[in-house]
Design a protein around this ligand. Sequence first.
Ligand code: TMP
Length: 213
Amino acid sequence: MARGKFITLEGGEGAGKSTQAKHLAEFLRKRGIKVVLTREVGGSPAAEEIRKLWLSQDEGYWEPLAELLLIFAARREHLTRTVWPALKRGAWVISDRFVDSSLVYQGNIKDEAGADVVKSLYRQIAGDFEPDLTLLLDVPVATSMSRVKKRGGWNDRYQLKAAPFHKKLRSAYLALAKKNAKRIKIIDAGHAEDTVSKDVAAAVSKRFHLKTK
Ligand code: TMP
């Protein structure tokens, strides 16, 4: 049995990752591919428990390294209980966020732990495993802000309301994509939902030689 593919969706706040992950799953299933749709932080029973615990607190509650360790505990659970078994069965796994989120949010934006700590923790829990393809859903800052405003923002964190935060997020993601140009494909996600889903499907089809129709 051939190993499945691991596709991650990344982006700032209000980029539409969850919606696009669902569309992509549907697109692949229509082509007879078994798909596991999952997310971080979360994606396995214990990891979802950690997510609840983490998000139940206000911003600034967790000590930065403790917060990172929490996220990595969840990630290890997610990998060992959900992602790796599914890939081994031949299913394709689509994850709404993965380690690039930690690199950007904890390693860069919040400047809490630093990217080197994130990378070293990642090696400890995952070795040289990495996504086969990462789609970065890129949207202008004004779009992210208005989308976040509409949905209320998670736990009403104050950072989500501030333009400098969204700007930093966007440029950190774009810099990461530039550094990992082979793995990370940038999708212009400022368009209408169905246009973006077509672009996502086209990018995945191209990478894995699938038929778009
Ligand atoms: P979500 O809205 O995409 O579910 O993500 C919730 C928040 O979690 C989002 O603001 C990004 C954040 N996050 C991190 O800070 N580090 C991580 O490693 C992950 C996976 C998410």
